[in-house]
Design a protein around this ligand. Sequence first.
Ligand SMILES: C[S@@+](CC[C@H](N)C(=O)[O-])C[C@H]1O[C@@H](n2cnc3c(N)ncnc32)[C@H](O)[C@@H]1O
Length: 239
Amino acid sequence: MSDSFAIRKRSRSGREQERNGAASFFRGLELDLVERIEFFQAFIREPVSVGALSPSSRALARAMIQGCNLQDADTVVEMGPGTGAFTGLIRERIGKETTFVAIELERNNARCLKRRFPDLIVHNDSAERMPEYLAQHRKKTADVIISGIPWANLQSVVQDRIMNGVMASLASDGVFTTFGYVHARWLPNARRFRQMLECHFVRVETSSVIWGNFPPAFVYRCAQSGTSPAAASGAPSPR
Ligand SMILES: C[S@@+](CC[C@H](N)C(=O)[O-])C[C@H]1O[C@@H](n2cnc3c(N)ncnc32)[C@H](O)[C@@H]1O
């Protein structure tokens, strides 16, 4: 093989790599755009229960799973996963044997999730029925419950029903995480929700504000045991 041929071949394979790289970059953008459009359409259909214009950021997803020992969890539940802003990261972090159940109310979001993650267990229903779904998977409790539900938008009676399900289903050393938007923090329903967390959990931690999310948000990390969930898993304690 002549040198010039080798150089031509190398540069062609370099161009192919560039083309493949660009193609996967645009495929990623396209998927991201599709997800955003689908999420926005869900918001138009059900503004109150969807509660946001676009999916949460990766920064919020990271804050949501901080302090959750996903790797060693037997069972993890995600309530209100939307189009999967937290789901991908949860899937990356759970152990091989972990049962991961997602419960999403909005039909098209549930469909989008199933398309993005074909092997994910998705129940298109209200998280009020979480204990029944756990029983279907022969589980009594979950070690980690991660919620994307817009609590501040829910009627008190629905807040109560979902929270009762969380309390009935969370393992005694389990962790429950959820988030709120900074701008809605002082609304009556948001304050009621905070009080509800403090009544039910021994420990309620609030993260610092995740400014990288739109709109800016913060995370509640709650546990029934006295040890800090973040400390227990070796993660830094949020402010
Ligand atoms: C603010 S979006 C968050 C979606 C996603 N976790 C994220 O952060 O991008 C709230 C999601 O919770 C779902 N949801 C609202 N009420 C629910 C309920 N009772 N049970 C299950 N999902 C619910 C909505 O359909 C919506 O997909």
